[in-house]
Design a protein around this ligand. Structure first.
Ligand code: ADP
Ligand code: MG
Length: 446
């Protein structure tokens, strides 16, 4: 995007965010127009990207609308070099958002400042995982080694892993902690192979006191990385250094994982996190609202908790949405305003359970395309519209999360999130699209 257009977006964005947020986070934003109507916004790391996705998507969409009269598909991505090069020397990690106090942290630890034990709500569905995580941070390498936390998407695994790092660091500021996603580990391993930097790779991993690897199921089907991980594991475990792992499934269910690694994982503490109970959901909503200084009446909390049931990340999203509507409306939050803000949740009381394949097939047939075309990477305008409608209907009528739908459509979750919102908004203005969606819903029997 040329400088002039970039400046236009930034000046439209400036009044839409708090001044200190704009200064710290937004001034250096880049916009890369990858094709007509698709704009990539690179971020130096995952933490920054998630923040952009969570807090900046709406203001940016509004800024684009104000600047150019249209809203492109915004895709927040980690900058390519940052993925290839695990320790980018010249890309400084952004400061944490100013709303939350910055804490001293080892520079290589990109932790989300709100993922602490204090902000974590423990209850019957995550009690063991929480207690084990606390115990590990109090006495690393002793009773629960490795600690293996597993469960579905958005149920607090990453939150707990990062809380362990933060609490360990608070007790011992000199602890050598490595926290990273398994994807990062695999990339790091590949880079060290390419550059023949094996020694420094090994020294780095085997020299840590606490190794925390998120989403370890990513090792499946990568025998080279798995082998290297196995040796790293043994080196650390053998010297009583703590290992904490998370995964989307229990050790035995991780496809293609070797038996020797499965048995290592099972040798410590395996704890599962499940979907929260109603009371936990209310408590989580209260905690999230408090963190955003949002007054959340009891009836509103109960309303949201009864509609968002399985994914805690969506509870978080609901609180963001409520805060946004509250600031737009300029009046205190009440049930009526909450219903308006969350109308899409309110209007689908008991979503019929369809399989994504059924939806994709029906949409493809309707638009005269092949189902594979909708699930492929190809870009062309008519396919792209059909794909977005399919994503929208899948989100509405299946129980899959954005991340899971991303897998179905070979896209990342932010693309699905955008598509769903985009179609939702467009259908309100465009009656022929609305009719398409209604006909399709009827055909699907929902
Ligand atoms: P996972 O890694 O299991 O997919 P995350 O740890 O990223 O899920 O959690 C998703 C969101 O839900 C985060 O914003 C996190 O803070 C929040 N969350 C999850 N579990 C809890 C909990 N028990 N208490 C408070 N917040 C939670
Ligand atoms: Mg996670």
């Amino acid at each position: 995007m040329i400088q002039e257009q970039r400046a236009k977006v930034l000046s439209a964005l400036e009044p839409r965010v708090r001044p200190e947020v704009f200064r710290a986070w937004c001034r250096d934003l880049d916009f890369i127009e990858v094709e007509e109507n698709v704009v990539h916004v690179p971020a130096p790391n995952a933490f920054y990207r998630d923040w952009l996705e969570r807090d900046l998507r709406r203001p940016l969409e509004e800024a684009f609308l104000a600047a150019f009269g249209r809203v492109p598909e915004l895709v927040f991505r980690i900058r390519e070099e940052a993925v290839d090069e695990p320790d980018p020397p010249d890309v400084p990690a952004p400061a944490p958002p100013p709303a939350r106090p910055a804490e001293p942290l080892k520079s290589e630890l990109a932790l989300n400042p709100s993922f602490t034990f204090e902000t974590f709500v423990a209850g019957p569905t995550n009690r063991l995982a929480h207690a084990a995580a606390v115990a590990v941070s109090e006495a690393p390498g002793r009773d629960h080694n490795p600690l293996f936390i597993h469960g579905g998407v958005g149920l607090g695994k990453t939150h707990l892993l990062q809380a362990v790092c933060r609490a360990t660091l608070a007790r011992n500021p000199f602890a050598r902690i490595l926290y990273l996603s398994c994807e990062h580990f695999v990339n790091d391993y590949i880079t060290s192979m390419q550059k023949k930097h094996f020694e420094s790779f090994r020294a780095r991993y085997r020299g840590s006191d606490l190794l925390v690897i998120d989403d370890v199921h990513f090792l499946a089907g990568k025998p080279g990385s798995e082998e290297e991980f196995f040796h790293t594991f043994n080196a650390l475990h053998g010297t009583q250094r703590q290992i904490v792992l998370s995964s989307d499934s229990p050790p035995r269910d991780i496809r293609t994982l070797s038996e020797r690694l499965v048995s290592r994982f099972l040798s410590g503490c395996v704890a599962r996190v499940d979907a929260p109970t109603f009371e936990m959901r209310v408590a989580i909503l209260r905690r999230k609202a408090e963190m955003r200084s949002l007054d959340l009446p009891a009836d509103v909390a109960a309303f949201v908790a009864s509609r968002v049931q399985t994914n805690i990340r969506e509870l978080d999203g609901a609180v963001n949405r409520l805060a946004f509507y509250r600031s737009l409306a300029g009046r205190p939050l009440d049930l009526a305003l909450a219903q308006e803000a969350l109308h899409d949740l309110a209007s689908s009381p008991a979503p019929a359970q369809l399989r994504p394949a059924q939806v994709v097939e029906a949409v493809a047939r309707y638009y005269g395309k092949k189902p594979q075309e909708l699930q492929s990477r190809g870009w062309n305008k008519s396919i792209s519209r059909a794909r977005q409608v399919a994503m929208f209907l899948c989100k509405r009528h299946t129980s899959l999360s954005f991340a899971e739908l991303g897998k179905t459509f070979d896209r990342d979750h932010s693309t699905v999130l955008y598509a769903v919102r985009h179609i939702e908004e467009l259908a309100r203005r465009d009656s022929s699209l609305k009719a398409d969606v209604e006909t399709l819903s009827r055909q699907l029997g929902v």
